[in-house]
Ligand binder design. Sequence first.
Ligand code: GLV
Ligand code: GLV
Length: 327
Amino acid sequence: MTPLKVYVTRMIPDEGLARLRERCEVSVNPEDRPLTRAELLTRSAGMDGVLGLLTDRIDAGFFDAVPGLKGYANYAVGYDNIDLPEATRRGIPVSNTPDVLTQATAELAWTLLLAVARRVVESDRVMRSGTWPGWGPLQFIGADVSGKTLGIVGPGRIGQAMARMSKGFGMRVVYWGGRQPSRVLEDEMGAERLSFAELLSQSDFISVHLPLNPETRHLFNADTLRMMKPTAFLINTARGPVIDEADLVEALNKRIIAGAGLDVYEAEPKMAPGLDTCPNAVLLPHVGSGTHSSRTGMALLAAENLLAMLEGRTPPTCLNPEVLSKK
Ligand code: GLV
Ligand code: GLV
């Protein structure tokens, strides 16, 4: 029997590759950069399975280029890079990596929240510049966190973890989103479900945990940013296009809101002009899931998903399980 062939579009932690190599012939993009579109299509051609990244566009053109594809595993929880209806139409199972990165991503959202509230990056820069004149009562005064209102936009796993971590700060938690009220948020955290407008006007910190789709694109724009308190902060560890980044730059410069902590951008790796000079923004390079245990967990889960798809078992976290029952 010819061994199953798998392509991995970029180096991932060894544990995942080792798991795949137990059962398959594995090729990996040898360079530490995303593949171009042409490379993705030519190198995936002839493969039984592909393990790819959020930077790979997985759509009809990709599926056409890989006619024998038996499964695609995304090395990410977000899957806005995949045309899922198209995969389903073609009967190709697709998976993502939820849960293993929930705590790490919520921790990073908290890192941004605290860093922007207490002006950590601005202050760090002053220390390094050698211009700090010594302690002063009016220097680098930041915002309080304890007892404030935390607005969770998108009460999924990561939003819930973010809310749970606020307990130590004695915050009031409000939330918006989700088809149903969140039992976890309401019963465990006493959180209150608000309309989007109410959440905008009542929150001191808003943290975004929504998937990107046509309904969530530019949810935060000039109009909705203006509905936030001028003392409030916006944190985004989800997907950049949920915020209109040019509008955000203007809101930060005009102090329509107090600050922002961002891990994701509209057109990565670029940023909207002017964002880099906003002192009231803390900017990270999409590292929400970037801890050893989380990235290793993602590698193992993506590998397990792909193997299951290729071997006809049920993948642990399949996004279109309806195609499995049809096989
Ligand atoms: C990272 O952004 C992910 O979706 O896992
Ligand atoms: C993603 O895993 C989420 O549900 O927030």
